[in-house]
Design a protein around this ligand. Sequence first.
Ligand SMILES: O=C(O)CCC(=O)C(=O)O
Length: 309
Amino acid sequence: MSAPSSGPVSDLPVSDLIERGYHVLPGGLDPAAAGRLLARIRELRAFGSELFLSEEEFDAAPQYVGVNPAPGRNLLERFDEELAFVERDAGLTAAVGGLLGDDYEILLKKLICGVPASAVPQWLKTRIHGNPVNNLGPYVKPQYRDVTYFYGIDFHQDLIDYKDREADFITLYVYLHDVGERDAPLFLLENSHKLGGTLFPHDLSKDETGWTYGDRKGGQVHCPQHLLVGPAGYAAMWHACTLHGTQPDAADHERLSLRYLIARKPTRKDTGIDAVNATLRGPLSLTATRNDLDEAGAAKVKANSVNEA
Ligand SMILES: O=C(O)CCC(=O)C(=O)O
């Protein structure tokens, strides 16, 4: 993926990331191409209760790490051609190039499924109730771990997975079908990137106008809540310190999205993201990003802000 030199150039992604922490691609991506990819995915996978291990199977050998897509185990690896509607879209590549430089690199791309309540077994719902991060990978049969499955995740920064790494990357999310309020849309907290990296779970309290977010060092920012809802091909990108999350999928069908992490080259320090980072009032990297897990990787904290949103 590299930016075609003919793409439209715009400063809007950079100013949006500075001001709000996210940018929605005007006009989105080709909805028909999103639909074609979705149809191919549905030929390969059903997203019902057959995804899951039984409680006995899970308890026989609980595994909390290595349960997400990885090279060689990633459903999207077979769809290079179908992903051209994202990776070669002139508007998108210009926006990403404006933020990260034309020689940006894709760190990761994967399919995310927001699993509908109807597909999650009752034993599992009971176990994970109130957990901040309900990535269902540990409970999914090994052959299906080429997709990431969520049943909601509390407000977090994507820096959470990158201890000691500078916030030199963005997340790009693409909806493969229409996503409304009941389809587990992403909730984004505007301005939250301004405090830089902070430890998960985050210090958040809700009022009528949004959220008050603190860095536990005296810094505070007010964050209006923005829901990412839109048609097939809807595409949004955000800073690695922008808080976002999802509630459990209340619809009776899954939500399927593409998630890309895209970085600037380590040798470059002159890109849009560097201009954004220069405006932040907190650290650009963290030596510890979360304290909600025990040593095996299981949840040891029961707390969830996004479910109050
Ligand atoms: O798609 C979801 O439900 C949540 C995904 C998310 O927040 C993430 O991957 O960082």
